[in-house]
Design a protein around this ligand. Structure first.
Ligand SMILES: Nc1ncnc2c1ncn2[C@@H]1O[C@H](COP(=O)(O)OP(=O)(O)OP(=O)(O)O)[C@@H](O)[C@H]1O
Ligand SMILES: [Mg+2]
Length: 282
């Protein structure tokens, strides 16, 4: 079932009520169990696109189908069930923390969906454990913990609602390399072991190429590429996308051009080393 966009456009309204088309005529299907990355330069429409996935925005043209729900929704229809199926973690989600303690903050979502205090606490503790928050942190104020920990609290708050699809808007932005790696490892684990569908917006090509099995590129409100990493980074019009390539891939290009080492698409230092070992053993 997943999520389907059928000829979807979205226009923001300006101060003088003028229309600004942020996404245009999008046709797209995200199937259950996928790990999809969305990339594209700033202002290309990534956030606008994903905010349709949990009904935060409704298309001004076209239709979005999220499992059995359709947007634009009927007048009296509630968005609660959509939000429960699709958890959206905002860019800098820590700005939305507000409760007295970390535990209460994580419990907020499940309580909002009608669970009792006790039930919500069970879900919150499970989610906290998944993201690696210790018991000690659960009783602290969410404003007296580190930025990386805040990010985990916000993610736990979404996970506690047990969504089937996790939409992550730049979840590693502003984190140090270790923090980024830990968070990405968590998403991979949720994908592989908990069968969550993942939609990830990122500007980091190293991350995108290592974790996603499908990549969408947005440019000026359009999806201009939809496919696999090898086809993207090797695309004849790659320069027109204004994107960087992953470090290891870039180094491989230099090595093949300057030292005539046979080219192979590689995405990590380890893969590059393996390739070089194979070449020099022959
Ligand atoms: N609330 C808003 N009102 C008016 N225009 C908006 C609003 N939010 C976004 N836009 C415009 O819509 C376009 C797409 O914005 P969007 O936030 O979807 O881009 P993005 O790809 O997520 O960018 P970034 O990588 O910087 O997060 C941009 O030109 C932006 O200026
Ligand atoms: Mg954005």
């Amino acid at each position: 079932m997943g999520i389907q966009f059928k000829q979807v456009s979205y226009a923001y309204r300006g101060v003088k009520n003028e229309r600004y088309e942020a996404i245009l005529n999008i046709n797209l299907e995200i199937k259950d169990g996928e790990f999809v990355a969305i990339i594209g330069h700033t202002g290309s429409g990534k956030t606008t696109l994903v905010q349709h996935m949990n009904a935060l925005l409704e298309p001004t043209k076209g239709e979005v189908q999220i499992f059995n729900y359709r947007l634009p929704k009927k007048k009296k229809e509630k968005v609660g069930p959509i939000r429960k199926c699709v958890g959206l973690v905002f860019q800098f989600p820590e700005y939305q923390l507000f409760e007295e303690t970390v535990l209460k903050d994580i419990m907020f979502g499940p309580k909002n969906f009608g669970l009792t205090n006790e039930e919500a606490e069970v879900k919150a503790r499970e989610a906290a454990q998944l993201v690696g928050l210790t018991e000690e942190i659960l009783n602290k104020s969410p404003f007296r913990i580190s930025g990386g920990q805040m990010r985990r609290v916000a993610i736990a708050g979404i996970l506690a609602m047990e969504p089937d699809i996790l939409v992550l808007d730049e979840p590693t932005r502003g984190l140090d390399p270790q923090g980024s790696k830990e968070i990405m490892t968590l998403f991979k684990e949720l994908h592989v072991n908990h069968h969550k569908t993942i939609v990830l917006i990122s500007h980091d090509m190293n991350i995108v190429s290592q974790y996603a099995s499908r990549i969408l590129v947005m440019d000026s409100g359009h999806v201009v590429f939809d496919g696999k990493r090898d086809d993207l980074f090797n695309h004849p019009q790659f320069d027109a996308f204004h994107l960087a390539r992953p470090h290891a891939y870039e180094q491989m290009i230099h090595l093949s051009q300057q030292l005539n080492i046979p080219f192979k698409p590689v995405y990590t230092k380890g893969e590059l080393l393996e390739h070089l070992k194979e070449v020099y053993h022959e």
